[in-house]
Design a protein. Structure first.
Length: 78
């Protein structure tokens, strides 16, 4: 088992169920088109690093990562 660049089927399923198939960023209902992106591109393939997004948001996922990190920082500071 190598450290691949993709999530396991189990992780994807959990992430999809957790999000109720809504994009975590723009709130769009994606139905079966929901995709799972990495929050930290250098991170692992655990559920902690998985975020459900629509394919449009996924296409700009570098920005996604950045905006999530900014939000996290803000929460920690307040
Ligand atoms: Zn989206």
């Amino acid at each position: 088992m190598g450290r691949g660049k993709d999530f396991s089927e189990d992780t994807r399923l959990k992430c999809v169920l957790w999000s109720d198939r809504y994009c975590c960023l723009c709130g769009k209902a994606c139905g079966p088109d929901i995709e799972i992106a990495h929050i930290d591109l250098e991170g692992g393939n655990d559920l902690d690093n998985a975020i459900p997004v629509c394919y449009y948001c996924h296409a700009t996922r570098e920005d996604i990562t950045r905006s999530i990190l900014v939000e996290t920082d803000t929460e920690l500071e307040s």
